[in-house]
Design a protein around this ligand. Sequence first.
Ligand SMILES: O=c1ccn([C@@H]2O[C@H](COP(=O)(O)O)[C@@H](O)[C@H]2O)c(=O)[nH]1
Length: 234
Amino acid sequence: MTDKPIVVALDYDNKADALTLIDKLDPAMCRLKIGKEMFTLFGPTLVKDIHNRNFDLFLDLKFHDIPNTVAKAVSAAADLGVWMTNVHASGGLAMMQAAKNALASYGKDAPLLIAVTVLTSMSDEDLALLGINVPAFEHVLRLAKLTHQAGLDGVVCSAQEAKLLKSTFGETFKLVTPGIRPAGSDAGDQHRIMTPPQAIAVGSDYLVIGRPITKAVDPLAALTAIHQSLQTEV
Ligand SMILES: O=c1ccn([C@@H]2O[C@H](COP(=O)(O)O)[C@@H](O)[C@H]2O)c(=O)[nH]1
């Protein structure tokens, strides 16, 4: 299992609430993620606040634009010193290569760069509505091949595709999997889900977990329970 596989997704509209949770967490137990909501509301200042608390931060902005624009956006993310950032693989090979090239000058300080394949909220039926008439795992595999070809560090996928992707691309190609739901918890808008121990067992490197922790009555207890389930059940 990867060192510190749990990435807590902080999707709060209130910075004080987010910082209250962060201050209860231990950077040795998890990493953190902020996405479009928190970055739009609180920007680079929040990134600094999180870094000052010694957490690795995944900046989940899922860039998707022309190559030149995405390259500059990824470079701006690297300037913030984040641990990981991402683009949408459906932006295409040239866009992903431009993003990768933009990080070359950062050397060992470059963030991990990964690409979103098919959002974990999407089912086969949702893809069909977009004219993509193959099962989600096939489209994930196509997009992961393109991502691998572009030289990125890995993909965002669901844990349901992890076994296939690990056996196709090997151990070093990182699999970051949202859609993680402890047994009995509410799936919400997520469709392609798996429990934390199952996700690790099939090859996920990083488990992105939001509401099962942040909406729990006791978020720290929820995180601790997930952490312990990985020590005992995997
Ligand atoms: O395919 C994807 C890509 C990103 N996400 C993000 O992960 C978290 C999941 O939160 P939960 O509350 O555990 O559902 C959220 O920030 C999404 O934007 C994803 O779910 N699926």
